[in-house]
Design a protein around this ligand. Structure first.
Ligand code: NIG
Ligand code: FE
Length: 404
């Protein structure tokens, strides 16, 4: 049975207590068998039966659960660096989208890409992502916007799940925006989503979740409700891009349809916070998207104080968040979202696992869970977030295997 010993500071991130309660142990050790954690505790009290296998040394550093990036748009064709310059010069994300750029320009490039090209590109991203100590990634489709191209993207995620050591949670985002061929007939695309695409995706078993971009400029509340209820009937779990650019009742709808999470939330209303807390919907903050779109940063404090579990993710995509640096997103959640480093850590581990309904398996270091952890070159979360220096993950383990 392998053991990781000499852990100076272990944050187990058990899903108990408040957001800042990360359940730490000093001078700790972890023992696992195969892909499953068997024992966690103070090194001095490790039972003999657990010290017979390979011994790894954490050299007194901090160990955390493998980080979970619970919101990415990982597979896409092309890039949009020109839009970055336009936004820096003062054009808004919405103006660029309305002029035919934005999501639709990535739709064009993604439709033109082969399944293999998308796989190779996304697989390269995953290798880099793993170096940060991330061990699970949620991946959305949404740049195909036809059954054929959405299934193509979802098959890429299936192959990543099979070939990469990381855990992958796939999400269907056919309701990302109205595709160009339905520009004059949005009702017909919504019908297509409900009558054909959602049932076919559910049947293919290539996605666990159905996400939607709920926004007056994409799908309004009534349309979103219809689509998400159809997804639920088909067996897909709802998720929402909610209240990002305008306050339009996205958080309230997330609670109504019992979504796993409502993400973005820069413009969430007081009522939305109350409804999410009551329904147990995880709030996913995406500070890199707020930063790149020059939106007001999210005040996460209000959500946490209102009783919502707040997860932190990158939103990695070629438009609003073209970076997959999850520790940077955590640092911004502290500096701009006003969560403490411990709260941000719980948000990027067990609450992120909750946002993808995998918290029974991943997100915390406890017996019975997947042996996923990262050794970080910092003495504790405060120092890590304060003296931020990008990738300082020394090694990580996924399903009991050392990967980086
Ligand atoms: O999460 N808000 C909508 N969707 C993405 C952006 C996608 C894009 O710009 O390509 C987001 O920010
Ligand atoms: Fe997103």
């Amino acid at each position: 049975m392998p053991v990781l010993k000499n852990i100076g500071y272990l944050a187990t991130c058990k899903d108990k207590g408040e957001q800042d309660d990360i359940h730490t142990i000093g001078q700790a050790a972890i023992a696992w068998e195969g892909d499953t954690i068997k024992w966690v505790g103070e090194e001095a009290s490790i039972p003999d039966q657990y010290v017979r296998g390979k011994i790894y040394d954490a050299n007194g550093k901090m160990v955390i659960p493998g980080l979970v990036d619970c919101h990415t748009h990982l597979a896409f064709g092309g890039w949009r660096p020109d839009e970055f310059e336009m936004r820096v010069r003062g054009e808004s994300y919405l103006d660029i989208a309305q002029a035919g750029g934005g999501i639709l320009s990535t739709v064009k490039a993604t439709r033109e890409a082969t399944e293999n090209e998308l796989f190779e590109k996304a697989s390269g991203f995953l290798e880099e992502i793993a170096k940060q100590g991330v061990t699970a990634v949620e991946c959305k489709s949404g740049y195909g916007l036809s059954l054929k191209h959405e299934l193509k993207t979802l098959r890429v995620y299936k192959r990543l799940e099979e070939e990469s050591p990381l855990h992958i949670a796939p999400t269907f985002l056919g309701a990302h925006t109205i595709p160009p061929e339905y520009k004059e007939n949005r009702e017909a695309y919504i019908e297509l989503l409900i009558d054909e695409m959602i049932p076919a995706v559910a049947e293919s078993e290539l996605a666990d979740f159905c996400d939607i971009f709920t926004e007056e400029s994409a799908f309004n509340i009534e349309e979103s409700r219809k689509i998400l209820l159809a997804a639920k009937v088909a067996g897909l779990i709802p998720k929402l891009h909610a209240d990002q650019l305008t306050s339009c009742g996205g958080a309230e709808l997330a609670a109504e349809v019992e979504a796993a999470s409502a993400d973005h939330l820069e413009k969430v209303s007081e009522q939305g916070i109350k409804d999410m807390a009551k329904a147990g919907v995880v709030g996913v903050t995406l500070p890199l998207a707020s930063l790149y779109t020059q939106e007001e940063p999210l005040n996460c404090r209000k959500l946490v104080d209102g009783g919502v579990d707040v997860a932190v993710a990158t939103d990695f995509n070629p438009g609003s968040a073209p970076t997959y640096d999850l520790p940077l997103a955590m640092m911004l959640t502290c500096n701009q979202g006003r969560l403490t480093p411990a709260e941000a850590l719980k948000g990027a581990t067990v609450y992120a696992a909750k946002a993808i309904k995998r918290n029974h398996k991943i997100g915390s270091i406890e017996p019975g869970k997947s042996a996923d952890f990262a050794v970080i070159d910092a003495p504790d979360p405060n120092f890590w977030m304060y003296h931020y220096k990008g990738a300082n993950c020394v090694t990580s383990y996924v399903s009991g295997q050392k990967i980086a």
